[in-house]
Design a protein around this ligand. Structure first.
Ligand code: FPP
Length: 216
């Protein structure tokens, strides 16, 4: 969800207002994903590296997240959205953990859009954690399937499409294992300016790609 800060800077506004606008985009994209029949949507909201940001901005992000859940959870649940957090929540304030865990529990049995929110997420950390859990569980058979089953995304399909907003050409430690064969789409649009129509455009572009998964 890149570009919230730049969106605010362009308007001489504090960065947090860019994030607030970014939440409006989250609502629009979740809705559009449901209408387009997308099965899984993953939003990268807070990386393990984002702790380097000023305390004020981090606190502001937590309140936006809580406000989003308090305002939208009922509607998300009504639309059968199933929420999952990818990442280690232990470092988050108790209130944030409580809200997030409550939202995941409430929507656990829903069968509509799987909405993953990556929070305090880093892909290398996720892979290490998977190996650690695997070792503890006593599984000695190191297969790709076994590793996938110990990731936060266990049981979910690998992403078909990775969208990066605001022209960034990096992966930034996002779902490194899962995106092995994902198509990448980069748009110059900043996240707060990204719309349901832009999502459609990305999907149409994706549909024109020829996926060979290493074959010919
Ligand atoms: C990227 O823009 C955005 C973030 C690091 C934070 C996004 C998280 C929220 C808006 C909190 C609420 C989340 C949900 C899912 C409701 P940036 O700050 O890196 O922008 P820049 O690259 O232009 O500086």
């Amino acid at each position: 969800m890149d570009g919230n800060g730049r969106w605010a800077k362009k308007r001489s506004l504090p960065r947090i207002l860019g994030h607030r606008q970014g939440v409006k985009t989250v609502k629009e994209i979740v809705k559009a994903s449901g209408s387009l029949g997308i099965r899984v949507l993953t939003l990268y909201a807070f990386s393990t590296e984002n702790w380097k940001r000023p305390q004020g901005e981090i606190k502001g992000l937590f309140s936006l997240l809580i406000r989003f859940l308090k305002k939208e959870l009922k509607e998300l649940h009504k639309n059968s959205v199933k929420l999952k957090i990818l990442g280690d929540l232990a470092k988050f304030p108790d209130e944030v953990q409580k809200e997030l865990n409550g939202a995941c529990e409430l929507t656990e049995k829903n069968t509509g859009l799987q909405l993953n929110i990556a929070l305090n997420y880093g892909a290398r950390q996720e892979i290490l954690y998977a190996f650690e859990k695997m070792t503890k569980s006593g599984i000695k058979n190191l297969t790709e399937e076994n590793v996938s089953n110990f990731l936060y995304t266990a049981g979910q399909p690998d992403p078909d499409l990775l969208i990066r907003t605001s022209g960034e050409m990096r992966i930034s430690n996002f779902l490194l294992w899962q995106i092995a064969y994902s198509e990448i789409y980069v748009t110059e649009k900043l996240w707060p300016d990204f719309t349901g129509k832009d999502l459609q455009k990305a999907i149409i572009e994706y549909q024109k790609r020829e996926r060979r998964f290493g074959g010919i």
